[in-house]
Design a protein around this ligand. Structure first.
Ligand SMILES: Nc1ncnc2c1ncn2[C@@H]1O[C@H](COP(=O)(O)OP(=O)(O)OP(=O)(O)O)[C@@H](O)[C@H]1O
Length: 218
């Protein structure tokens, strides 16, 4: 493959309906295994950026490519399928499905990625995250930290090229924040995924090899 970039952004700009630009980013490129923290105060456009990287939001202008595919060239259905296959997302609200047990939540991510349902791989990831005893448990009986680890497992179970995490530590105490971020970084590394964490959590400063500091647009 000639294109090594997992994520490439060029001349990105977004404004919501009222017109003022909330996000401007000239250029960003991440290769497999790169790890980036996007930092900045509330309202500076971090979630907007994450949503454009995930293809959940179509930017006003500019180009976002994941694994060489320009997201704006895909219609909504194709974008959803592409996201399911190539991108893993750890949302701030975890969005685990309460009607499914833990391993079924992971298997669903494989199904959405259109990969083979591989329960052995699901169990391996759960074991790596210290969750093997909870495979058949409902997400509703998990502690916040356990549920967060399940969300990490679910985001990784289809071996995404790009892993995105939205404020993964904001509701955690210092110990759990450090543990969670270490876990996300280690597992992204093990999968050779490119990792982007967006956060206003100043405790994460200096924890990533690359940092992007967003400032609120004027
Ligand atoms: N759907 C929307 N419609 C209009 N304006 C929006 C919308 N979503 C976000 N904004 C505005 O865009 C700006 C950037 O919002 P965004 O959520 O990306 O910031 P953020 O850095 O993630 O903030 P926080 O750290 O508080 O989550 C803010 O001024 C916000 O009010």
């Amino acid at each position: 493959m000639s294109d090594q970039a997992v994520l490439r952004i060029q001349a990105l700009r977004h404004s919501y309906e009222d017109g003022a630009a909330v996000l401007e980013l000239d250029q960003l490129s991440l290769a497999a295994g790169d790890q980036l923290a996007v930092l900045g105060p509330s309202g500076c456009g971090k979630s907007t950026l994450l949503h454009t990287m995930a293809g959940l939001l179509r930017p006003s202008s500019g180009n976002v490519e994941v694994c060489g595919q320009a997201l704006n060239q895909l219609d909504a259905g194709a974008r959803d399928r592409f996201r399911g296959q190539h991108i893993g997302i750890i949302f701030q609200r975890l969005h685990l499905i309460p009607a499914l047990n833990v391993i079924q939540n992971l298997a669903l991510a494989q199904r959405l990625a259109r990969t083979r349902i591989d329960l052995a791989h699901c169990r391996t990831i759960l074991a790596q995250l210290g969750l093997e005893a909870f495979a058949n448990a409902s997400p509703q009986v998990l502690s916040q930290g356990q549920a967060q680890r399940v969300a990490v497992a679910r985001a990784l179970v289809h071996r995404p090229a790009l892993l995105l995490a939205d404020e993964p530590t904001s509701s955690l105490d210092d110990d759990n924040a450090a543990r969670t971020i270490g876990l996300i970084q280690a597992h992204a590394r093990a999968c050779n995924a490119a990792l982007v964490v967006v956060t206003h959590d100043q405790r994460l400063r200096g924890s990533f090899p690359r940092e992007l500091h967003l400032r609120p647009s004027a």
